[in-house]
Design a protein around this ligand. Structure first.
Ligand code: IPE
Ligand code: IPE
Ligand code: MG
Length: 244
């Protein structure tokens, strides 16, 4: 292993374990989400200060609507507050924010906040921050394919997007929510679960995975450093062989 430590260009995080963290403290699940949200604001700055260019976080899945009405309403309230605060941190950190997922299921005021946040941060380039909200990878792929079919019908698909009649990855990727964003180098999931739960199925094809036991509200700089160290000890290959 080389001695120098590399900071991943793109880190993706599945923010899991807020509910269990709260339960351990005999508090309602919603309290875990509040502290988890505070930790997200804090860790976003920590991650930026490490020199990471792209951060993508999984905040709410297409399946999370199945939770109790109380919990979903609590989360919507948190999103309202968070999106407003995020506008300030986007300006301060010169950070371009993009919401990935399907915003159309959210109440209109949340959709308006999303549009405003994306619009006011669209020219920043110090960091690129993607928040997955009402995101599911299968849903993203189906929406992308639907968009492509519409463009095909309208005769808008560029011929250079095909090779020997077969669709090229580059053209397909333009229809994903993550269009233009490089694939994650490191994916971290907190709280012990070792599954993807419908997160970035296409984009994580060659990403290194790091599953940590601590729940999201307890994931601080020290834990991040450990994950980055683990990433640095890996031998990435992308299907090739290692050059000696
Ligand atoms: C992650 O924490 C946050 C969301 C999914 C919104 P959880 O709410 O999944 O917490 P656990 O997994 O039940 O502990
Ligand atoms: C995945 O976590 C979604 C988010 C963290 C937003 P879940 O807690 O919803 O996933 P499962 O149900 O454990 O697979
Ligand atoms: Mg969970």
């Amino acid at each position: 292993m080389g001695a120098e430590s590399k900071v991943p260009q793109h880190i993706a995080i599945i923010l899991d374990g807020n509910g269990r963290w709260a339960k351990q403290r005999r508090m309602p699940r919603g309290y875990g989400h509040i502290i988890g949200c505070q930790n997200l604001e804090h860790m976003c700055n920590v991650i930026k200060d490490k020199g990471v260019k792209y951060l993508t976080v999984y905040a709410f899945s297409t399946e999370n609507w199945k939770r109790s009405r109380d919990e979903v309403e609590g989360l919507l309230k948190l999103f309202r507050q968070y999106l407003k605060r995020c506008m300030r941190s986007a300006k301060k950190n010169k950070m371009k924010v993009r919401i990935i997922g399907d915003p159309s299921a959210f109440p209109q005021d949340i959709q308006d906040s999303i549009r405003l946040l994306e619009d006011c941060s669209k020219d920043y380039d110090q960091m690129f921050y993607q928040i997955a909200m009402n995101y599911g990878s299968r849903d993203e792929i189906l929406r992308g394919v639907t968009g492509m079919i519409e463009d095909a019908r309208a005769g808008k698909l560029p011929p250079e997007g095909f090779e020997n009649g077969k669709l090229k990855e580059e053209l397909f990727e333009r229809y994903l929510d993550t269009a233009g964003i490089p694939d994650p180098d490191l994916m971290i999931r907190t709280s012990g679960e070792q599954r993807l739960s419908n997160f970035l199925l296409w984009q994580l094809a060659y990403t290194e995975f790091c599953f940590v036991d601590v729940p999201w509200p307890d994931f601080h700089e020290e834990e991040l450093d450990k994950a980055i160290a683990q990433y640095n000890s890996r031998d990435r290959r992308f299907g090739g062989v290692k050059e000696e």
